[in-house]
Every structure is written in structure tokens, then in C-alpha cells.
Design a protein around this ligand. Structure first.
Ligand code: ZN
Ligand code: ZN
Length: 158
């Protein structure tokens, strides 16, 4: 699925082909919460790095998350240096995959039939998990990759 995205101030616009466009994957880790989700989580999509096209790349800044031991994550969290919008996550360990933040996407996204809530062990008490009976919940990482979720539900070519 072709996705168009942008930051709030429009200094950065991008497009990418998503193999996993359903916004079902809710991450409650502290990094996502603080950098990309004040409601308690961020939603990561799955797209192909080699299809990424960017306008305004000079405005993009990169955050390497500070880890509990003081080291820095190798993953690159891209955001607009003008308005602070979280754009996407990219990790050198999985260079072919790009994870756009659903919140930065302007293309209407398909509505997920079920959702995955993960890193719930990191969520603060005040964040209420709105999980339906069909949703899956994990204290840490989920047991299913973005692609596998789409394949199981027959949604891989949308
Ligand atoms: Zn911006
Ligand atoms: Zn996270």
C-alpha cells in the first residue's frame, strides 16, 4: 500500500510502500510513549526502506534512544526538528524494514480487525489498555511479526 506522510508543520513530507499498513501494533514502551505517544503508546507500521522518498530531509533529526544502562540504541528515530513530529523508526539490524509512525501518515489507513498491545510491562499505571476480546497483549515483545499478523488475517496485499 502506498503511504504518504508528513510532519505537522509540513517541513517534512515522505512517501513509502507499506507491506504492513494496518495500524494494529501498539507499543507501550517508555521510548514510544515519551517521543511519540502521550496517550500511552505509539503505533508502528511496516514499510520497505528502499521505497522511501523524502522532501525536506534537511529538517529531519535523529534520536538514538538512551537505554537504561546509559548506552544508546542503534535504532534511528526520525523526527522533524521544526515541530517535533515523530516520523519513523529504522534499525541497522533490519535495514530493509522501515517503521513509519501511524500518526504521521496522511493516507487513510485501513481499520485493523484486531490489535496487538505490547511492552505493557513498561506502561505506567494511568494508561488504560483499551483491548477488545480479540486483541493480544504482551508484557514485552509480541510473538508475531508485522508481516505474520497481516498474513494470518489475509490482509497482506492491501
Ligand atoms: Zn515539522
Ligand atoms: Zn516502543
Amino acid at each position: 500500500m502506498h503511504l504518504e506522510g508528513s510532519c505537522h508543520c509540513q517541513a517534512v513530507r515522505f512517501s513509502v510502500e507499506a507491506n504492513a499498513p494496518y495500524p494494529f501494533n501498539l507499543c507501550y514502551c517508555s521510548i514510544c510513549r515519551k517521543t511519540a505517544g502521550t496517550g500511552g503508546f505509539a503505533i508502528n507500521l511496516g514499510a520497505k526502506t528502499d521505497t522511501l522518498s523524502i522532501e525536506g530531509s534537511e529538517f529531519i533529526r535523529t534520536y538514538h534512544a538512551r537505554m537504561p544502562d546509559g548506552s544508546r540504541s542503534s535504532a534511528e528515530r526520525k523526527f522533524c526538528g521544526e515541530c517535533g513530529t515523530a516520523l519513523w523508526l529504522w534499525s541497522p539490524e533490519y535495514p530493509d524494514m522501515l517503521h513509519p509512525h501511524a500518526g504521521a501518515i496522511d493516507t487513510p489507513l485501513p481499520v485493523p480487525p484486531e490489535r496487538t498491545h505490547f511492552m505493557l510491562g513498561s506502561k505506567p499505571e494511568w494508561v488504560t489498555v483499551a483491548a477488545s476480546d480479540k486483541d493480544k497483549c504482551f508484557a514485552e515483545y509480541p510473538d508475531e511479526a508485522l508481516d505474520a499478523w497481516h498474513e494470518r488475517l489475509g490482509l497482506q496485499d492491501s
